[in-house]
Design a protein around this ligand. Structure first.
Ligand code: HPA
Length: 273
C-alpha cells in the first residue's frame, strides 16, 4: 500500500510545476467546478499508475493540477465509491497520494439527499460533522504510521474556521448556504422511507454515498477538511417522491456555477499553511 502511494505521488510530483497545498475532490455532475483551474496538466485516471478507474455516470475520472484563485491545487474530477466494488483503501487512495504531495487542505463537493425538512432541492450545505454508516472504515488494517495515529480523534473533523469561511464567502456572493450533519451510506440503492426516517432520527440533515471515507482518511493524514454538498433531492419519509440519477445529476449541474463561484472565493481566502 505504502509503496503504491509513493509510486503514484512520485509520478505526479515529476509533472507538477507548483507544489499544491489544496486537494479537491468533486463528484456527480460537478466536473464544471474544476474547469476554472488554470491547469499545468490534466490526466485521465487510466494514465495514473495505481489509480482506480471511475465507473460512474456523471463522474469524469480526471486529475487536474494547476492554479485557482492564485493557489496551487490538485483536483480530482470524479471519485471512487465503495458501491463500485472498490475497497475502502482503494476509495481513499487518492487522499493519501494528495497528502504525500504536501496538500494541507482537503476540499470536497458532492451530491446529497436532503433530510432536514427546512432544506430545498438545489440548496448548498456545508458539513459541520458526519455519521459513518457505511458499515466499514478505510482505516481498518495495519496503521500507516507515516500518515497518522492508530485511533485518530474525530472530535473536529470539519474545522469551524473553515465552516465560518464558507459562510462568510457565501454571504459575500449572496448565496444561501445551509449547515448540517451528513450521513454516509453505502448505496448504491437510494433509501427507503423507513431508512430515511431513521437517518433523520439519528441526527442527519443530508445523506450521501461519498465524502465520509475520504474525510476519515483526510483526518488521519492531518488534513483540514471542508465539504459542501448540493442537495439534489429531498427525502421526506412521509411523502417520499421517486428519485432518479438523472434528477440528481441535473440538480448538481444547476448548482455548478454558484458552487464554483463559492469555491473560488473560499480557495482565494484560505489561510496559508
Ligand atoms: N441518498 C443517497 N445518496 C444521494 C442521494 C440520496 O437521496 N442524493 C444524492 N446522493
Amino acid at each position: 500500500m505504502l509503496e503504491k502511494i509513493r509510486e503514484t505521488a512520485d509520478f505526479l510530483k515529476s509533472r507538477i510545476k507548483h507544489s499544491p497545498t489544496i486537494g479537491m475532490i468533486t463528484g456527480t455532475g460537478l466536473g464544471s467546478l474544476t474547469e476554472r483551474i488554470v491547469t499545468d496538466f490534466r490526466l485521465p485516471y487510466e494514465e495514473i499508475p495505481n489509480f482506480p478507474k471511475s465507473t460512474v455516470e456523471g463522474h469524469r475520472g480526471v486529475l487536474a493540477a494547476g492554479k485557482l484563485a492564485g493557489k496551487s491545487l490538485i483536483a480530482l474530477e470524479g471519485r471512487f465509491h465503495l458501491y463500485e466494488g472498490y475497497s475502502p483503501q482503494e476509495v481513499t487512495f487518492p487522499v493519501r497520494v494528495m497528502a504525500s504531495l504536501g496538500v494541507k487542505y482537503l476540499l470536497m463537493s458532492s451530491a446529497a439527499g436532503g433530510l432536514n425538512p427546512q432544506f430545498e432541492r438545489g440548496d448548498l450545505m456545508v458539513l459541520t460533522d458526519h455519521i459513518n454508516l457505511k458499515g466499514t472504515n478505510p482505516l481498518i488494517g495495519p496503521n500507516l504510521d507515516e500518515f497518522g495515529p492508530s485511533f485518530p480523534d474525530m472530535s473536529q473533523a470539519y474545522p469551524p474556521d473553515l465552516i465560518r469561511l464558507a459562510g462568510k464567502e457565501a454571504v459575500h456572493l449572496g448565496i444561501l448556504i445551509k449547515q448540517g450533519v451528513y450521513v454516509g451510506v453505502l448505496g448504491p440503492c437510494l433509501e427507503t422511507p423507513a431508512e430515511t426516517r431513521f437517518l433523520r432520527m439519528i441526527g442527519a440533515d443530508a445523506v450521501g454515498m461519498s465524502t465520509v471515507s475520504q474525510a476519515i482518511v483526510g483526518v488521519h493524514c492531518g488534513l483540514k477538511i471542508l465539504a459542501i454538498v448540493v442537495i439534489t433531492n429531498m427525502n421526506l419519509p412521509d411523502c417520499m417522491g421517486k428519485t432518479s440519477v438523472a434528477d440528481i445529476i441535473d440538480a448538481s449541474r444547476q448548482a455548478g456555477p454558484a458552487l464554483s463561484d463559492l469555491w473560488e472565493r473560499i480557495i482565494g481566502n484560505l489561510p496559508d499553511v
